[in-house]
Design a protein around this ligand. Structure first.
Ligand code: SAM
Length: 304
């Protein structure tokens, strides 16, 4: 994916892309990032990119000409799928928008400054306006970093375990379950007993030994089930009921977490299912109406 960011303050964007996953995405050539200093497109020696407002309002406005020149230069070189302006009154960023944007090939991200850009930029040059929340930042650079981070981590190969992005909060409209690590007790703040009462067998270890896994019945259940759907907006109660209807999942829980409290069962059910998706023993297919969990080959084998 190619991302071109247009900014009056390129230095502000340096560090987010010089560390962690964003740097890795660039090093691995999964992302081709270009930061353009808007002042390079100014027509005067002072590198002016802003001017007073017509009508005399307070605050400077970013002029259309340098922005148009920069966007035009890029558009002459390749096709862009979206030209995004970051603005507090744009469409509020959410996981669905990031998912969609992560599938695009080339995008331009324009960072505003001062009072914002001349309205004609928004009317004639931009294809999408995104806000990162109902508050006002000094400029669009930090918003651009937020937007790019949320997109880039979804590109396959950026996270070492791709599917870990799929089990994050907001994917499937569900929040990620709570997670814990050592120590078990920190100053009296304890890890819930249910997580200490026994681990589920590690599927990758069993597979290495060529052994059957206790998850085989569960995977077969999904193979036999013609459709196991979880629709968007389903109430938590209905969702829990649906999970409880999976007989081999109940059996697993009884075997490995016999002491589990009623309120923990839901969490453990999800833990097992998402774990199997992560190890590609089950597949999770997303539709506009919700998700479907299937055996890894879907209906393919049944239809042969
Ligand atoms: C000081 S703000 C301009 C605010 C504008 N006058 C208004 O009242 O909506 C300068 C720039 O910061 C960026 N910005 C500020 N808040 C933002 C937000 N919540 N989401 C995305 N971009 C934002 C935009 O690019 C904007 O042009």
């Amino acid at each position: 994916m190619r991302i071109d960011i247009i900014t009056a303050l390129p230095d502000l964007l340096k560090s987010p892309f010089e560390t962690s996953m964003l740097k890795k995405s660039i090093d691995l050539k999964l992302v081709d990032l270009h930061i353009h200093n808007l002042r390079d497109f100014s027509k005067d020696n002072y590198k002016t990119i802003d001017d007073n407002q017509f009508g005399g309002g307070a605050g400077m406005v970013m002029m259309i000409e340098p922005i148009d020149k920069c966007i035009n230069k890029l558009k002459n070189e390749r096709h862009y799928d979206e030209i995004i302006y970051l603005s507090p009154d744009g469409e509020k960023l959410n996981q669905k928008i990031s998912n969609k944007l992560s599938l695009l090939k080339n995008i331009i991200v324009l960072c505003g400054h001062y009072k914002g850009v001349d309205q004609r930029v928004r009317d004639y040059l931009i294809t999408k306006e995104i806000s990162i929340g109902d508050y006002v930042l000094t400029g669009g650079e930090l918003a651009a970093a937020v937007l790019c981070d949320s997109i880039i981590r979804l590109i396959p190969g950026v996270l070492s375990n791709e599917t870990s992005a799929l089990t994050d909060s907001f994917q499937d409209d569900l929040l990620a379950p709570p997670i814990y690590t050592r120590p078990r007790d920190y100053n009296g703040w304890k890890v819930p007993d249910v997580l200490l009462s026994g681990d589920f067998p590690k599927i990758e270890k069993l597979e290495k030994q060529g052994a059957n896994t206790p998850y085989d019945d569960l995977v077969t259940w999904f193979f036999n089930e013609s459709k196991f759907e979880i629709l968007n907006g389903v109430s938590e109660k209905e969702y829990q009921k649906k999970l409880l209807s999976i007989e081999p999942l109940n059996k697993l829980l009884k075997e490995y977490h016999p002491e589990a409290l009623k309120e923990d069962i839901y969490f453990l059910n999800e833990f097992v299912l998402w774990g199997l998706v992560q190890f590609k023993k089950l597949s999770k297919v997303e539709y506009s109406e919700g998700i479907e969990i299937q055996d890894p080959y879907g209906d393919y084998i049944k239809n042969i």
